[in-house]
Design a protein around this ligand. Sequence first.
Ligand code: BDP
Length: 697
Amino acid sequence: MLFLFALSCQALADDGYDLWLKYRKVDDEALLTRYRKAIASVIVPGKSGTLRIIRSELKRGLGGLLGADVPFRTGVGTNGALILSTPARSDIVRKLKREGRLRTLGNEGYLITAGSHDIIVIAANSDVGLLHGAFHFLRLLQTQRPLDSLDIVSTPCVSYRLLDHWDNLDGSIERGYAGKSLWKWSELPDKIDSRYYDYARANASIGINGSVLNNVNADPTLLRPEYLKKVAALANVFRPYGIRVFLSVNFASPTSGKFEIEGNRTAGIGKLSTADPADPGVKLWWKKKVKEIYDLIPDFGGFVVKANSEGMPGPQDYGRTHADGANMLAEALAPFHGIVMWRAFVYNASVDPDRVKRAALEFVPLDTLFRPNVFVQAKNGPLDFQPREPVQPLFGSMTKTPVMLEIQITQEYLGHSTHLVYLAPMWREYFQFDLYSQGPGSTLGAIVDGSLRHTHQTGIAGVANTGNDRNWCGHFFGQANWFAFGCLAWDHTLSAEQIADDWIRMSLTNDASACAVISSMMMKSWEACINYMTPLGLHHIMQKDVHYDPGPQNDSGRTDWRSTYYHRADSIGLGFDRSTTGSNAVGQYSEPLRSQFDNLDTCPEKYLLWFHHVAWDHRMRSGKTLWDELCEKYYSGTDSLRVMHVQWLSLKSIIDPEIFASVEKRFEKHMTDAAIWRDTCLTYFQKFSRRPIPPRQ
Ligand code: BDP
């Protein structure tokens, strides 16, 4: 009896493994009847690995959502059929092609349209396009949208939509907070973990089309022949899902002997005495290595390189430039259509005393020098994935080189997998940030998606928050960030609310009032986090190394890792003077941004202490002094969190008990730690301001 009870509880409990692909039966009877009528049978003509995946996904999805198996037929359907096809396999889709309806779809897009005789057609130019269309169609049912007069055309806004895994070969993940790496290197290539398929499926469902398997602090061991076979095994799993593999490479790989990487001795691969990009032997070494990779993985995507940054080797070790290094690799990859994503995360202290200026100072002068298959990949902000930053000005200044945007899904500086922080509002703020580099409308979104430059060489990479925790992301709400990343890489104009609403309906509930409550929690979570960590443009005041707790007092070690270097608190005020009379970082932005940021009265207050050293008694727009406003911000952050918590508690009867309990447990620590952030920072800054914390109304 007890055993049966345990079993039924298990059946009820949701451990989060199925992400947003739960396919629970539609709970609105009237809608269910309409859906069943509209999808009386399914036709997916043809044979391919991808088509098999589509059939199995539709069987699973429709079976779950409609609560009954839907028959698959081979012939042209009659009433109530769903047809998925490319033009080669169906008259109906050939006709759509003749009418020009597939012209804009490219290789990955799709069309979902209501045909005659109550037929729904999902059409695409490729099987992968159909797979994306199938997931979109299932999403319509999962979110209980009407199927009448469907006419959806969807194509991705950028070509490369990549998850970057900072996974090490020993299974650890740099800045990973959801367990160990998904890749079981010791078992590969012979044993293929079923989770690899689920990973690929989840990514395909949100349009991600590439996976960089390893840490940017790259271990050359991965280029050894036995490891490349393991990489090839993963590539074989991912391929039918439309996902290609990429690798981070260590620039010094061709050199012989052992490498020391972050204290770990690992086997080197090359036997050369130099990795100088101008050396013919080095060029040849890379050409051979690249050929070896493509022999195993014909659709291999390319390399990510972190060079001359945080101790990683690079071309500057040999007196060469970043362009020299990137071009050497690009030349090796070009015959196979591979790309180089050369990271601009550099901050060499000899370049400029202000860290945030260094990447642009090093890279902008190289703008015309890169080969066509090189992307310069830059983080969204000029510093380092802080809770809020202005956009990296390099995006506006490098007009000749394709620039790839790197954002961080894993919450390195935003509370790891303990804090509930929905990141889509942050990413939307970045995409909408107008750099004015080519006049008004030069938004980061328009730069990254190529519309300003008329190029298709476009991409967005997200540092993954996945690991082998049962629920993939540690915090259940971390799944929303993975989901949102995929959605925005496909279409950065989607609103954060829209994405949250879809995710909630697919992952938690379709109950309208519960959806509204959860969405409201999510939508305020990022601003709350900024406020209790680094309001008004503060940045980089966390403790060293772990990057979780507050550390405004941190004043030791490398200058540009010290908190005091960034906040500059003194008896006069707070903040880093980057105005024209300070470090002149404002000078890296185009007008009118430059003047706007430069002037204390026009600088948006959310960036105030990023660009200015501001007196404690400075009058803010609210009429309060800076000190009082700072206190208000810190307290409003923790207040919002309390409201979010009460909202969560109100959902207890609606949310699956296991998910409810896991989120609730993290909430308790989240609230405690947010209060620690507030109190540590205010107590520390108060030593300088020598003013009381105003009483709260
Ligand atoms: C910093 C991380 C570090 C990464 C580095 C990078 O703390 O672990 O290696 O960025 O992006 O944010 O290269």
